[in-house]
Design a protein around this ligand. Sequence first.
Ligand SMILES: C[S@@+](CC[C@H](N)C(=O)[O-])C[C@H]1O[C@@H](n2cnc3c(N)ncnc32)[C@H](O)[C@@H]1O
Length: 258
Amino acid sequence: MKKSKSDAEIRATKDGSTTLFSDQFSQHYHNPNGAVAESRHVFFDSLSIPERLERGEPIQVFEMGFGTGLNLVLLKDYMERSGNRSEVTFNSVEAYPVESDLVKGFDFGEELNAGNPQKWLETIFSELKKGLNRFEISEQLTLSLYIGTFDEMPSPPQPVTDIFHDPFSPEVNAELWTPAVFHRIKTFCRDDAMLATYCAASKARAAMAVGGWHTARKRGALGKREMTVASLNPERLSGLKRLNDDRLRERFERGDFE
Ligand SMILES: C[S@@+](CC[C@H](N)C(=O)[O-])C[C@H]1O[C@@H](n2cnc3c(N)ncnc32)[C@H](O)[C@@H]1O
């Protein structure tokens, strides 16, 4: 297997798409049971992105951890399928970008491969420089990708509507799961913004609650029992199973998660 600068190597997942395995973090970038299936469920279905694109709603995403670029590839595909009715900005951040050569070996599954996303994604990776990188992916879709760590990243210029919180797990990537991080994300969001993450750890949920978010649980992807969604406006969580944010905050402040 080929190694990238970020020390990641390509691995197959059970839905036919590939992911990466990071030696640095000792973790897969996606669920080994299906990278594409997991991303569709956790970010796109949970935040009703396909329906909102059908309605032509403008969307401003912030993704924590660009990784393979899979979420951008999926977003572009959903936009095309809905007739490109929405203006969309995909803001993302990546501290350890993979080498562009590695992208040739990415497999996004039959449906997505048909548009040959590897080609434009490889060009993007080959042009990345430290700091802010901007690409017009299509007339309606802009990528704003900061190469560096989240704490160095300037806030996105437009209020963000949707957060794809996709770091490695809190055990190995703890600096991206703190109340301060969730509080900072809140400062650049619209007041009805929604956040989705594959993670269901109480510690992560408590950090969201301390950081100013209302939280709820949802069924996880591919047999995982739960994932988490959060919003700045609790009305956006109606119909979901709410978590007890006061109790999470109390437990955090008591040091239960140290
Ligand atoms: C689970 S992977 C993201 C997967 C990605 N969304 C995808 O679809 O391929 C987590 C990513 O966060 C990046 N990362 C870890 N710590 C970071 C930090 N402090 N700031 C920015 N990026 C970070 C890692 O390099 C990795 O690419």
